[in-house]
Design a protein around this ligand. Structure first.
Ligand SMILES: *[C@@H]1O[C@H](CO)[C@@H](O)[C@H](O)[C@H]1NC(C)=O
Ligand SMILES: *[C@@H]1O[C@H](CO)[C@@H](O)[C@H](O)[C@H]1NC(C)=O
Length: 190
């Protein structure tokens, strides 16, 4: 019986180490959860679950700082915008669209094409902590997603084939704007 003691101590210390690793590994998750909670409380455009699922799915998000979360949000916008632009191009290859919808899709293609340089510039400005400039660019992307969606709404009976994508881009932009606002407020408080 006495011989087992060193072993159980050994396992106990391994257990403690694992718990410590788990606790430190969830630091990022705590930051994501608390940040998203504040955002969804302050901004009706941000859904808590959308915010946490989006941010935590990104690589390295578990170790992210507030600045890191901003980078992640902007990167997600970039993926979304790039993918949506490509998707619209594919949709336009289909000949069955009625002329009104086709025109809307063309307008959206233009909006999303313009959004790509905007998101790249926003990332540069964000990294250089030029938050006001980054804010203008992210806001323009947010506007692009609503303008695209509203185009379809102007004619009765037309259903936007881009609702989910426009909604995602809109919300991700709202998240990125909130991160910047939070960083700015915190640095002013220093
Ligand atoms: C963060 O929130 C998610 C869902 O909202 C929850 O499942 C998770 O346990 C939370 N994590 C931490 C570390 O608070
Ligand atoms: C856009 O971003 C959201 C949130 O990260 C994600 O759920 C969605 O799959 C993305 N869409 C595309 C087309 O990349």
């Amino acid at each position: 019986m006495q011989k087992q003691k060193p072993f159980s101590l050994f396992f106990l210390s391994i257990l403690i180490m694992m718990v410590m690793i788990m606790i430190s590994g969830s630091d990022g998750q705590v930051l994501i959860n608390s940040t998203c909670k504040t955002f969804s409380k302050n901004d009706p455009n941000i859904d808590y679950n959308f915010c946490t699922t989006s941010l935590q799915a990104a690589p390295a998000s578990q170790c992210a700082t507030r600045q890191g979360l901003g980078t992640i949000a902007i990167r997600l916008i970039r993926y979304n915008v790039t993918d949506t632009r490509c998707h619209i191009k594919q949709l336009l290859k289909n000949r069955k669209w009625d002329p009104y919808v086709r025109q809307c899709l063309s307008d959206c293609l233009e909006l999303y094409s313009d959004a790509i340089p905007s998101v790249k510039a926003a990332m540069k400005n964000f990294n250089a902590r030029r938050f006001d400039d980054a804010n203008v660019q992210i806001s323009s992307i947010m506007d692009a997603s609503t303008t695209c969606e509203d185009g379809f709404k102007e004619k009765k009976g037309v259903v936007s084939p881009l609702s989910k994508r426009n909604g995602d881009t809109f919300q991700l932009s709202a998240v990125a704007l909130s991160v910047m606002r939070m960083i700015q407020t915190e640095s002013q408080a220093d």
